[in-house]
Write a protein that binds this ligand. Structure first.
Ligand SMILES: [Zn+2]
Length: 527
């Protein structure tokens, strides 16, 4: 055993890493990389020892690169493999192109060629050592991200009248304890609707939109305040609490109780937690409409079993497809489905409650009768189309002269831009940008007096929506005798906690942290 004169081609490995690290594309575990560098510097005279060392180096090198990347642990990726078989071929290629960029391949190729040309004149091992010093300098002083020393506090800017649901006693607690405290506090919440509502009756129309986050609107240059300028209320920081459709719909349909863990979503719940059951008790005729057949991930089965709504037999025979989903299945025009629902309502005075679900903005959809487009190209078009359809529906609702509370609430974002941990379209981890969705409310009625858009910037979630409907009844808002902003009084804010199966995201000291498979809490990279 002796020290080798240089690292040879392994210098290229470190050079690539230094470049990626300086760009922020990967992290850099200084000590693990230094140890690997030292291991590579040892050389063996025995041929077989030398071969073993080379084989080990390749394995360690790949593992260390994966460790330094922002990618989630391998176990998370393999869990998603099952869904891939539903992808159409075109969508599969679109997804692949997002992970492997041509620019990256060209840059790597250029670097390799440059290395071979200069390896005779440049002392690359010395350059690698300088690279390590640069990485040490870039890393700065030891980071203070260690979660065990974190102190939780409520970072929300709350208005005086808004009760804070994460108390100061959460200080000094571990993240797991804080999460438990959050669920315990949420467990106490339940909307107390009036036994009988004798005020001006009004319809409740809920439009649940798949794949629309504030981050997606920002990515296509649309300002939520402008988009919802004709609405009465905008919750700019609404927490969808999950990044998948089925759980999002169940959470919305169970809005009348506080937020629960993901596990609790698939257990029975009191009838009083189910928003549409509460509305039915108050004399509402409830209904469900979708612009898709609801087969993916058994969406219909989930909302039926856990959301407490009955879904009619869906018949799309009179409609033609407006889009095709990532699995090639037809998706229908929102205007067609909503207008059809309205037509079927007849002239009964009975108040109506509609739960409508649309996947018009889902990743990978293709517009019918158009050439194949990738999601970045078609998202702005589909977003415009959807909101034109909603505008058309609002005009039709107005023409009926009834009182309507229209709630537009996205399920989760589309992850149009992606980030270091998840490439575009991937929603395995409920990151802040995927779960922060714009939720808006419009009151339609002959006596309603609008006072412009009321923007609420505190974190709100589903329970706030249930309470908003409750307040609307208690204030008898549709008589027009109280200003609209009164319905916002005493609306409960909540901490931003979101989860998928075995994945939790929670804010600690104003920073998002994630926990995968019950393991350690790590900071979610935000830039
Ligand atoms: Zn969805």
């Amino acid at each position: 055993m002796r020290l080798s004169s240089g690292l040879g081609v392994w210098n290229l490995y470190f050079l690539v890493k230094f470049v990626l690290y300086s760009r922020g594309d990967i992290s850099f575990d200084l000590f693990a990389n230094l140890a690997f560098f030292a291991f590579l510097a040892i050389s063996f005279q025995h041929v077989w020892l030398s071969r073993i060392k080379h084989a080990m180096s390749v394995v360690v090198g790949v593992a260390l690169l994966y460790h330094d990347s922002w990618l989630p642990p391998i176990s998370r990726l393999t869990k998603q493999a099952g869904n891939v078989q539903d992808f159409s071929v075109g969508y599969f290629f679109e997804i692949t192109a997002r992970v492997v960029s041509l620019d990256m391949i060209f840059a790597l190729f250029a670097l390799v060629v440059f290395y071979w040309f200069t390896v005779k004149w440049l002392r690359y091992t010395s350059i690698s050592i300088i690279g390590f010093m640069y990485a040490f300098w870039l890393g700065g002083p030891a980071t203070s991200d260690e979660i065990t020393t974190q102190v939780a506090s409520n970072n929300q800017i709350t208005q005086k009248q808004v009760p804070v649901l994460v108390s100061d006693t959460a200080k000094q607690k571990t993240p797991d304890q804080q999460l438990q405290d959050f669920y315990q506090q949420q467990n106490l919440l339940q909307s107390q609707f009036p036994d009988v509502f004798n005020g001006q009756p009004f319809d409740v129309v809920v439009l649940n939109i798949c794949s629309l986050a504030t981050a997606d609107l920002n990515a296509i240059g649309v300002e939520p305040r402008n988009l919802f300028a004709d609405f009465d209320i905008l919750f700019s920081q609404f927490n969808s609490a999950t990044s998948y459709s089925g759980p999002a719909a169940i959470r919305l349909l169970r809005a009348s109780c506080g937020q629960t863990s993901q596990e609790q979503l698939f257990k029975p719940v009191e009838d009083q937690c189910q928003l549409f059951t509460n509305l039915a008790e108050l004399g509402y005729k409830t209904s469900v409409a979708l612009n898709h057949d609801g087969h993916f991930d058994d969406f219909i089965g989930l909302i039926r079993q856990y959301g407490g709504v009955s879904v009619p037999k869906l018949d799309f025979s009179q409609f033609s497809a407006a889009q095709y989903g990532f699995d090639g299945k037809p998706i229908y025009s929102d205007a067609d489905i909503l207008t059809n629902w309205l037509k079927k309502q007849g002239s009964s005075e009975q108040p109506r409650a509609l739960y409508y679900n649309t996947i018009s903005l889902h990743d990978g959809n293709q517009l019918a009768g158009r050439e194949r487009m990738n999601s970045f190209e078609s998202y702005p078009l589909r977003q415009q189309r959807l909101f034109n359809d909603i505008d058309k529906f609002i005009t039709e609702l107005k023409a009926q002269g009834r009182n309507v509370m229209l709630v537009v609430v996205p399920e989760h974002g589309a992850a149009l831009q992606g980030d270091k941990l998840q490439f575009s379209g991937l929603r395995e981890i409920p990151s802040p940008s995927i779960v922060s969705v714009p939720t808006a409310v419009k009151f339609i009625g002959p006596d309603i007096k609008h006072d412009g858009l009321n923007v609420v910037d505190e974190t709100m979630s589903y329970f706030s929506l249930s309470e908003l409907i409750n307040n609307t009844m208690k204030l008898d808002l549709f008589t027009g005798s109280v200003p609209i902003n009164r319905v916002l009084d005493n609306l409960p804010t909540s901490a931003k906690v979101a989860e998928n199966e075995d994945t939790v995201m929670m804010y600690i000291k104003g920073q998002p942290y994630i926990q995968l498979d019950g393991g350690e809490w790590t900071k979610y990279p935000t830039n």
